[in-house]
Design a protein around this ligand. Structure first.
Ligand code: SF4
Length: 430
């Protein structure tokens, strides 16, 4: 153990650090990893990755290098903390990387949209399977005319939905927003492209791949703790990384630690945690995470409203980039038209009653009992469906988040334990 580790008092924490060293050396033997391998610490500026970096530095000194992926959705204090943490720990400065989407990425997307949004398209999955989505590039069709009411409601002035979409399809200067524009939606639990593209891939491409290309064996250390979720609990503490089998490995040094252990290590090593914890944040990193809970949303609205406003502005752009939102936005203003498209029409029966009947439009649409009248969207919402609302905007989610909230006494450890967010294997999202 290097000299830095002796800073830790003889306590449970120092015993835990020794356990990490023993276990790690054992893994090196079992996996036949050379002594001169490189250590890359996945850093998020949260408490767990800070503890991991401190332990890696204590045990292996300057052989450990931290890398942090800035998503452009972080709180500025988090980025500042990452850029200065080496002064507290005594390690190398954190290598901060960022995925940049360029004009070429957007040009490809614009070409795709011009080609495909102009055509009719049969929906192949989900409740609307079999339904034909109209061209979004024409103003002289039933859809085109109805969409003009959407444009009026949204306060925009374009001939067609495609024109509106193309107007936002340029680099914005913000990587998180650019990723959402290119995907035509915000990330969500089952499609977390933010973690994949803005964190995992860029950290690999910019920091890890160059080491591998030089012939180094690399072990990534991540601050994943098992008590945060059953998914995290299921990860092996040490594993081969299949992105470069035989040269890249993953190690979770504090997998069995509690949040209390992590803060205790901060204390014993004299490290002040990210100041956002002391200001009321239960987790740090993206402000906010698209998956964050109700309490975090109301906390952010109260303490950092500028981040709520930032997301509201993003939503105004991202809904224009979504083919699905354009199409579904016409639901309430022309229900008769939507009904006709999805295969219903109203007719009067022999008793003089008005009833909805199914129209046969070739391949018969299947609705699986959905009530089309609730299938109206105005947003590709940053937070996704919340509080029984299908696609609420940020202000609607904030209002919902304020409800049913009692007073609370803030407790660092309890708040950390109660947090349910994403569970990336690499610990890049706290
Ligand atoms: S913290 Fe949340 S929003 Fe940020 S990259 Fe991870 S999953 Fe995406």
């Amino acid at each position: 153990m290097s000299q830095a580790a002796h800073v830790i008092a003889v306590s449970d924490i120092s015993a835990k650090v020794r356990e990490i060293e023993t276990a790690y050396r054992n893994y090196l033997d079992v996996f036949r990893i050379p002594e001169d391998h490189r250590i890359v610490v996945n850093y998020s500026a949260g408490k767990d990755s800070t503890a991991t970096l401190a332990v890696a530095n204590a045990l292996f000194g300057h052989r450990a290098q931290a890398v942090m992926a800035d998503t452009d959705n972080e709180h500025e204090l988090t980025i500042d903390f990452a850029r200065t943490i080496h002064e507290q720990i005594g390690c190398h400065p954190v290598h901060v990387v960022k995925r940049i989407y360029g004009e070429a990425d957007f040009a490809r997307r614009r070409a795709y949209m011009k080609k495909n949004w102009s055509k009719k398209q049969a929906i192949r999955m989900g409740a609307y399977r079999g339904v034909i989505m109209p061209s979004l590039a024409r103003a002289d069709t039933a859809f085109g005319r109805v969409w003009q009411k959407t444009a009026k409601r949204w306060g925009i002035d374009f001939e067609t939905a495609l024109d509106a979409a193309l107007s936002v399809m340029h680099p914005s200067g913000n990587s998180f927003l650019d990723a959402a524009l290119l995907h035509g939606k915000f990330p969500m639990l089952r499609d977390r492209f933010c973690t994949d593209e803005l964190k995992i891939k860029i950290a690999y491409d910019a920091a890890i791949r160059p080491m591998l290309d030089e012939g180094d064996v690399v072990v990534q250390w991540s601050g994943v703790r098992g008590d945060e979720s059953s998914k995290r609990a299921g990860y092996d503490r040490f594993a081969v990384d299949m992105r470069d089998e035989g040269f890249l490995y993953n190690f979770l040094p504090i997998h069995q630690w509690t949040a209390a252990d992590v803060f205790a290590l901060h204390k014993y090593m004299g490290i002040r945690p990210n100041p956002l914890y002391l200001q009321g944040a239960s987790r740090v990193g993206c402000m906010n995470c698209v998956l964050c809970n109700k309490e975090e949303i109301s906390e952010t609205a109260a303490r950092w409203p500028e981040h709520i406003e930032k997301h509201r502005q993003w939503e105004l752009k991202v809904r224009l980039a979504s083919r699905w939102v354009h199409w579904m936005s016409t639901g309430t203003v022309s229900q008769a038209w939507v009904n006709s498209i999805i295969g219903f029409r109203e007719m009067t029966n022999r008793r003089g009653e008005t009833v909805k009947t199914r129209r046969l439009l070739g391949d018969s649409p299947r609705l699986y009992g959905l009530d089309t009248e609730i299938q109206h969207l105005d947003w590709s919402g940053f937070y996704g469906p919340r509080g029984g609302m299908g696609a609420p905007s940020v202000p609607e989610v904030v209002e919902w988040a304020k409800t049913g909230r009692g007073g609370k006494v803030y407790d660092l450890v309890k708040a950390s334990l109660n947090t349910t967010t994403c569970s990336s294997r690499y610990g890049l999202c706290e």
